[in-house]
Each structure stands twice: as C-alpha cells, then as structure tokens.
Design a binder for this molecule. Structure first.
Ligand code: AAT
Length: 303
C-alpha cells in the first residue's frame, strides 16, 4: 500500500500482485476472525477485502454471485431448500432469491462484521437479507453442517473465502462428507474453486475428494471475474447419488423465473439456452462455463 494503490499479493499467488487505485478507505477493523476492510476504488466502485484478499467489487461482483447461484439452481427442477455457506455480503442470497420455487434459504456465515459492513456499504448485495425466506445462522459452517438433518437441502452453495484463515477446513473431505449427508438424493453442491491458472494443485485435491464423496457427477466450471487473481474463478459442481443431474444442460431456465425481490434487475452475467416458439435462441453462458481449456483437462485429473 502506498496510500494511492492497494496491492493484493498472497502466498496463494506467489510472484505477482494485482492492484486497484484507492480513492478512500471507508472501513478498517479486525473482527474475531479476520481483518475487514472496505475502500472506494477509482474505477471498480466499493471493494470488500478480508485479510488482505479481495472478496468483491461493486463493478464485477454479479459475475461471481450469479454463476455460483444459478449454475446449481438451474441444473435441477424446482429447488426448494437451499443452504449458502459464507456469503455474508448477501450477494448470493440476492441471486438465490430470484428462484420462485425456493421456500427456505439458510445462510451460515462465520463473521457478523462482514454482514454489518455489507449492510452499511453494499446495499445492492445486502438486499439479499431482506428476502423473507432467508434464515441467518452466524457460526462456523463446519459446526453448522454437522447438525443438519440428513437430506435437508436440494442445493448447497459454498461461497467461502480462500482456504487460509477461517475457511481452511472447507476444502477438506470431512466437510464434503457432511455436505453430501445434508443433501437429498440427487441434490447439488456448488463450491467456489479458485483459479485454473494459479491453483491446479488445490483444484485437483478438491476434485479428488469430491469424486470419492459424491456418487452422482462431479464437474468443474469457470467464469471471468476481472478483479479476482488471474481474472478467473472456478466452481466445482457435484451431485449426490439419486436422480441424475446433467449440469451442462440446465433444466430450469432463469429466463422463466420471477425474481422475488421487487427492485431486482435482470441477471447481468448468467444466461442459459432458451427456446421461443420455433425460433431457437441460444444464450448459453451456462453451457460455456463447463468448456475447459486443454491444459486444464490435462492437469486436473479425470475431467
Ligand atoms: N460473496 C463473495 C465473497 C466471498 S465472501 C466469503 C465469506 O465466507 C466471508 O464472509 C467469510 O467470513 C466467510 N467464511 C469463511 N470461513 C467460514 C466458515 N468457516 N464458516 C462460515 N463462513 C465462513 C467469497 C470470495 C471468494 C474469493 C475467491 N478468491
């Protein structure tokens, strides 16, 4: 930091840093779990940073939140019970709330300060908390998931921070086992899964653990998010044994959904294939997300 520029460097991406011009620091405090920082940037709006790692910017947050929510929820018919792990900013809740079939949205976020800060500085994300279907649990997801009745959820979305700090255990096999137990047969998990340019080793380990645990299908998808390290972020999508889930062919097109939050605008990144009358309209960011560069196919075993 030189007062004008915020540099993001971390052992998770050695030898490089990305940076944003700072207009003004708006908030900086240490919670029980991490350092929480919000600043106004010159070109990306307000930015949320936890322990020196950029979590979101106002300008590009929708790409990540929409993909992590709609890739799983558009892959199954009429999802009803959904759990969001992490996601204390509320952005993923906002997008889950677009699905009118959903009846319950549990969220388990470890850090009350993230929620409070989002309500103060990121109202377009924190609006997700206003949906009446949302039920907030402030605790460690590792503890929360242990006590969930078997088969409770149709979908679980893990919007957690990188596996340094409080999210360390959320990429390990015991956590995936508890997630699988909390899902109904044919239920789905979508887990934030880092960058294919920087973290193939971690992605490989997560996929191996998921393949052992989830007896339905396991896939990797990705999207562009300019302010995440290397400009991309990935997602692991898994389904439990039961009615098969074909993640690459969405069965629940978002275009049909009536968003529950009144002031909600249309999705700005996500779309899926739609058919109107006899005219085929192909809008398929959903399908495209599963197309992997050859080096990823090779490096990430068994994809
Ligand atoms: N919505 C985009 C931002 C995030 S936030 C990740 C959230 O996970 C944080 O609010 C953090 O407090 C919460 N979290 C971390 N560990 C736990 C835990 N053990 N239990 C519950 N919540 C937790 C994700 C950005 C991804 C960035 C990728 N580089």
């Amino acid at each position: 930091k030189d007062g004008k520029t915020m540099y993001f460097n971390n052992p998770m991406w050695p030898g490089e840093a990305h940076s944003l011009e700072v207009k003004k620091i708006l908030f900086k405090e240490r919670s029980k779990f991490q350092e929480v920082l919000v600043f106004e940037s010159a070109t990306y709006g307000k930015v949320l940073v936890l322990d020196g790692i950029l979590q979101l910017t106002e300008r590009d947050e929708f790409a990540y939140q929409e993909m992590i929510a709609h890739l799983p929820l558009c892959s199954i018919k009429s999802p009803k019970n959904v759990l969001v792990v992490g996601g204390g900013d509320g952005g993923v809740l906002r997008d889950v709330a677009r699905h009118s079939s959903v009846e319950l949205i549990d969220i388990c976020e470890i850090d009350q300060m993230v929620i409070d800060v989002s309500k103060k500085f990121f109202p377009d994300l924190a609006v997700g908390f206003e949906d009446p279907r949302v039920c907030l649990h402030v605790e460690d997801a590792l503890e929360f998931i242990r006590h969930v009745p078997k088969g409770k959820y149709d979908a679980i979305i893990v919007d957690s921070s990188d596996p340094v700090g409080p999210a360390q255990d959320l990429v390990e096999k015991p956590f995936f086992e508890m997630i699988s137990n909390a899902l109904r047969p044919g239920g789905v998990l979508c887990n934030m899964a880092e960058s294919m340019w920087l973290h193939t080793h971690l992605i490989n380990d997560m996929i191996s653990a998921c393949r052992e645990v989830f007896k339905g299908s396991v896939h990797y998808a990705w999207a562009n998010v300019p302010t995440y390290p290397s400009g991309v972020i990935g997602f692991i999508l898994c389904s439990t044994e039961g009615p098969p889930v074909d993640f690459r062919n969405p069965v629940n097109p978002i275009e049909k959904l009536e968003g529950a939050l009144e002031h909600q605008s249309e999705p700005r990144f996500y779309n899926s294939q739609i058919f109107t009358y006899l005219i085929f309209l192909f809008k398929q960011i959903h399908k495209a997300a599963f197309a992997l560069p050859s080096f990823v196919r090779k490096q990430v075993s068994s994809l």
